[in-house]
Write a new protein. Structure first.
Length: 79
């Protein structure tokens, strides 16, 4: 892979091996990070992981969150 510079937010296919998401297929790039909602009762915590699944950071957001169903689907997409 060459120098970076692309940005993509589509995670569809990121759970495949090898990854089949837009970043990997269309841009032939690695993923800098993925935000993954954690399976707590309210899916109200998240982790940031790199392309290999290594944890980079974790947190609890403030303010209005995405719909809980979207957070659940995000978790299911990467597990």
């Amino acid at each position: 892979l060459g120098p970076g510079g692309s940005w993509s937010t589509c995670a569809n296919g990121c759970n495949k091996d090898p990854p089949q998401d837009v970043a990997h297929l269309q841009f032939r790039s690695r993923v800098a990070f993925k935000l993954v909602w954690c399976p707590t009762e309210q899916f109200d915590k998240f982790v940031l992981v790199d392309d290999d699944g290594k944890e980079l950071a974790r947190g609890s957001p403030t303010g209005k969150l995405p719909n809980i169903r979207q957070r659940q689907l995000n978790y299911q997409l990467v597990t």
